[in-house]
Ligand binder design. Structure first.
Ligand code: G4P
Length: 543
């Protein structure tokens, strides 16, 4: 039995039509990718402000309390003042519905962060103008690239001293291979930012600060002559910059953007609200609406087909009193209605979506209906796993959501032999949820390893083993840094090689681990016959 809940609806919904195609056209389902501190939280808050979902920025997350203000149901989150889980924010705006999938905002990240991107149709990449492309942005962008997901770029913090925006364009292109095509260009320099030159009509949009950025920035639009008269050298420099962009062909092209080759770039300052409106409007105009998803047979499931959705994230024990397990489902086709009975694809069992009032936690509300692009939370999803399809009427399965290459490894051992059973049960559950990847010794002789993409996943695993399964465990880091899929002959050969280890994943894949990238390189050079393939972040995508 399941129940359905939605996350944090920010304003009353406009009346909906029942046609999934019409509803899909109104939707934009996207995620914000950024390195910590680039301004993702601030930008999210400003989207809410501009969408009219909050009257004053800061109402959603009070300053200084911002990281504690939401979804702190988990004891660890409360203790550490961070948000470990991802939530979904639905923002109705200008006749559209924006579904903002929030990737964890802490300094570390986990496989969940990647999986959330599997449910998005587009991403906004936020860069700090003083820092440019940073490590976490690069990692997350790789996932977007693997799915050829369209990415819009927001160059943030222009109110602050920073680097030359032209130099940053080069950096983006060189470091991540995405060609930025500025739609707006700064007038003034970082730290003395006056406004933007809108390359679409050549006009100057001047911004005026409002106190603390609490309300929308006042904007004044001037034609080029007036801009030159008032801004002088700053305007001329911006015009020259744009001429240079024209010359090198850094101009927005919808097809290339949708193919994931170029990225329309907007400049601004989320803190002072400068440029936020342009970005929000571009999301509605340029980002793709949900389209039919390719199913496991390669056929496109049309939007108007009966309801089907794919689970992209499982969160267990959100409410400790009820030991519930919530499956986050991205709607791929049809209309979801609360109370309908779905079929859980892999088991063929019915899955009821009745509302269960007893598990309502803070900031969750019931969801009555949902359409392609929306995310629904199904409670009591006991047998449901990441990648599973749920459907009504018409059977369908979507391709699995790929596992990611772990980058950190450790051995976990139960502290007490008497708790071994609970420990194994907990470890299996955490593996299924994707909290850690369990990597077993193929012969069962060595203790299993766990692999993660972020340190925090280890801490979450230890915490949950102790608190939910009563199995305190000790962690000893393992020295591996690289993981590759290995075919059987390669795996057999590797078992005799020092500085490597061969393990098996839950899905049966054989994974070879290496102590350093250099060691891996050397072995590959010496043994060109070995078949080692990357555990690439290839994800199930839309048509
Ligand atoms: P994140 O979610 O990407 O981690 O970043 P977040 O929005 O929390 O922003 C990180 C810091 O950068 C915050 O400062 C925030 O106020 C600041 N910031 C965000 N956008 C801008 C901008 O456009 N210009 C400038 N100058 N600063 C910006 P903080 O001191 O860490 O937090 P707080 O005390 O301001 O909340």
């Amino acid at each position: 039995m399941g129940a359905v809940l939605a996350w944090r609806r920010c304003a009353p919904r406009t009346p909906l039509s029942a046609d999934p195609r019409e509803e899909a056209v109104r939707r934009r389902t996207f995620a914000i990718i950024s390195h910590p501190d680039a301004g993702k939280t601030t930008l999210t808050e400003k989207f809410l402000l501009y969408a009219g979902a909050v009257v004053e920025a800061g109402a959603v997350k009070a300053r200084g309390n911002r990281r504690r203000a939401h979804s702190d149901w988990m004891a660890m989150e409360r203790e550490r003042g961070i948000s470990i889980t991802s939530t979904v924010l639905q923002i109705p705006h200008a006749g559209h519905v924006l579904n903002l999938l929030d990737t964890p905002g802490h300094r570390d990240f986990s496989e969940d962060t990647y999986r959330v991107l599997a449910a998005a149709d587009a991403a906004v990449m936020v860069l700090d103008v003083a820092k440019g492309v940073e490590s976490q942005t690069r990692k997350l962008f790789e996932v977007c690239r693997a799915r050829r997901m369209p990415v819009l770029t927001f160059l943030n913090k222009l109110d602050h001293p920073g680097r030359d925006p032209l130099e940053l364009l080069d950096e983006i292109e060189q470091q991540i291979g995405l060609r930025p095509t500025p739609v707006t260009w700064p007038v003034g320099i970082p730290g003395d930012f006056r406004g933007v030159l809108d390359r679409r009509d050549g006009r100057f949009v001047r911004f005026t600060r409002t106190a603390g950025g609490a309300t929308a920035a006042l904007e004044q639009v001037l034609d080029p002559a007036a801009a030159e008269a008032e801004e002088g050298a700053a305007w001329k420099e911006a015009v020259e910059g744009c001429m240079l962009l024209d010359e090198v062909g850094a101009t927005h092209d919808l097809d290339r953007f949708l193919a994931g080759d170029t990225s329309p770039l907007f400049v601004g300052s989320a803190l002072t609200n400068f440029g936020v409106r342009h970005l929000l409007e571009a999301l509605l105009e340029l980002a793709p609406a949900p389209s039919g998803r390719v199913d496991a047979s390669g056929a496109v499931r049309p939007l108007e087909a009966p309801f089907a959705g794919q689970v992209f994230k499982i969160q267990a024990n959100m409410d400790p009193a009820h030991r519930d397990r919530m499956a986050f489902v991205r709607v791929c086709s049809g209309r979801f209605e609360r109370g309908m009975t779905l079929v859980h694809g892999p088991t063929g069992r019915p899955f009821a979506t009745k509302y269960a009032a007893s598990v309502v936690a803070d900031e969750r509300s019931t969801l009555d209906e949902a359409f392609p692009g929306d995310v629904i939370g199904l409670v009591n999803a006991g047998d449901v796993r990441v990648g599973d399809t749920l459907y009504a009427d018409d059977p369908v399965a979507f391709p699995p959501i790929a596992a990611f290459a772990p980058e950190l490894f450790a051995t976990l051992r139960p502290r007490s032999v008497g708790r071994h059973k609970q420990f194994r049960r907990g470890l299996d559950a955490l593996d299924e949820e994707g909290v850690v990847q369990l990597l077993e010794d193929p012969d069962g002789l060595l203790p299993p390893l766990v692999g993660v993409v972020g340190q925090m996943q280890f801490e979450v695993a230890l915490h949950r083993l102790a608190h939910e399964y009563g199995a305190d465990a000790d962690l000893s880091p393992a020295p591996y840094t690289e993981a590759r899929l290995a075919d059987p002959p390669t795996a057999a050969a590797l078992r005799a090689v020092t500085g490597t280890r061969v393990v098996r994943r839950r899905d049966g894949a054989v994974v070879a681990l290496f102590e350093s990238p250099y060691w891996l390189e050397r072995l590959e050079r010496e043994h060109p016959e070995w078949q080692l393939t990357s555990v690439a972040p290839a994800l199930a995508g839309s048509a």
